[in-house]
Design a protein around this ligand. Structure first.
Ligand SMILES: [Zn+2]
Ligand SMILES: [Zn+2]
Length: 343
């Protein structure tokens, strides 16, 4: 089969490799669509720690079942499926507490967040354990279905962890894929104000299509003043989906008493300054969120199947596997949101 093999930092080669064999509880998936995530780019650029070369990245994907291991019970050849990138055991104490993303025996398929990494979906075929497969409703395209995992990630952070409620005033920092998906979910969930903060006018304009009600360019205005001009009482919830450390600092700076915050975007090392006394007197409610577990995958499929959220709205580019290098180069560009690879 053809695969995009990351041989070393910044050395991505599309070449023939052996097609993996489906045994046990594994299914061989013919990949139809796979999104490029910033964590894939970080593997490429050398900013991620859990990459062992050679590696096949890609963890946001959907496809068709080609072959089944002998122990697969609920799926058959030809089923259209959405894949979660978390292969968890289901038996360890973390799994039984409901935290599949902390699984002690777990592995991540082509992604980040776990020590063990399996080959991902920047390839014609990839292996996925049965408990990470979900049936794809016919009315969701493969390209949109590939975005079920990032949508589930934003849903988990915004709704399950930070409990966004109808009529609340929300600030999202970062109009990238995750921030835009969060804006769409927030709009559907009945947020009153959805203020989007970013450093790019192009991305801010794009976020309007995804439900942002107010746009703030933090390189041009004082972001805190701009937010308090729009909502004098301050935000109920601040969702940091940008990634750089100053965004995390801004998240705390925007708080009024009782604001909830979610540290969602920062995945690299570094520290910021916060005052515990401030947090105490302000009763700042702190949350964070990474990866997904089965329930949020299921909910995210439902959001799309019912037409509540169209994850496909964030797709700006589609490329065949042969042109994946072009996709990686696009990740550095301002005028792109989600790049989809169609192997
Ligand atoms: Zn991702
Ligand atoms: Zn487990």
């Amino acid at each position: 089969m053809k695969a995009a093999v990351l041989e070393a930092v910044k050395n991505l080669v599309v070449k023939e490799v052996p097609t993996p064999k489906a045994t046990g509880n594994m299914a061989l998936i013919h990949v139809k669509s796979c999104g490029i995530c910033l964590t894939d780019y970080k593997a490429y650029s050398g900013d991620r720690t859990n990459v062992k070369f050679p590696a096949i990245c890609g963890h946001e994907f959907a496809g068709i079942i080609e072959k089944l291991g002998e122990n697969v019970r609920f799926f058959k050849h030809g089923d259209e499926v959405i894949c979660a990138p978390v292969a968890n055991c289901g038996v360890c104490s973390e799994c039984r507490k409901g935290f599949a993303q902390y699984c002690k025996q777990g592995a991540v398929i082509g992604g980040d967040g776990m020590k063990n990494v399996l080959d991902g979906a920047f390839a014609e075929y990839t292996l996925v354990p049965e408990n990470a497969l979900f049936k794809k409703p016919k009315n969701i395209t493969f390209d949109a279905a590939a975005l079920t995992e990032p949508l589930a990630g934003s849903y988990k952070g915004l709704i399950e962890y930070s409990q966004l409620r109808v009529t609340e005033d929300l600030v999202i920092i970062g109009a990238g894929s995750m921030g835009l998906l969060a804006a769409m979910i927030a709009q559907r969930a009945g947020a009153n104000t959805i203020i989007m903060i970013d450093v790019s006018d192009w991305r801010l304009a794009y976020s309007k299509k995804c439900g942002a009600t107010h746009l703030v360019n933090s390189t041009k205005v004082d972001a805190k003043k701009a937010v308090y001009d729009i909502i004098p009482d301050g935000p109920d919830l601040v969702f940091e989906a940008a990634g750089p450390l100053p965004a995390a600092q801004l998240m705390f700076d925007l708080c009024r008493r009782g604001t909830r915050v979610n540290e969602f975007g920062v995945t690299t090392e570094g520290t910021i300054q916060v005052s515990p006394a401030n947090i105490h007197w302000m009763e700042t409610r702190m949350d964070a969120s990474f990866s997904v577990y089965p329930r949020v995958m299921q909910q995210s499929i439902k959001l799309q199947e019912k037409g509540f959220v169209d994850a496909g709205k964030i797709i700006t580019h589609r490329l065949p596997l042969e042109k994946i290098q072009e996709g990686m180069d696009l990740m550095k560009k301002e005028e792109r949101v989600k790049v989809i690879i169609n192997p």
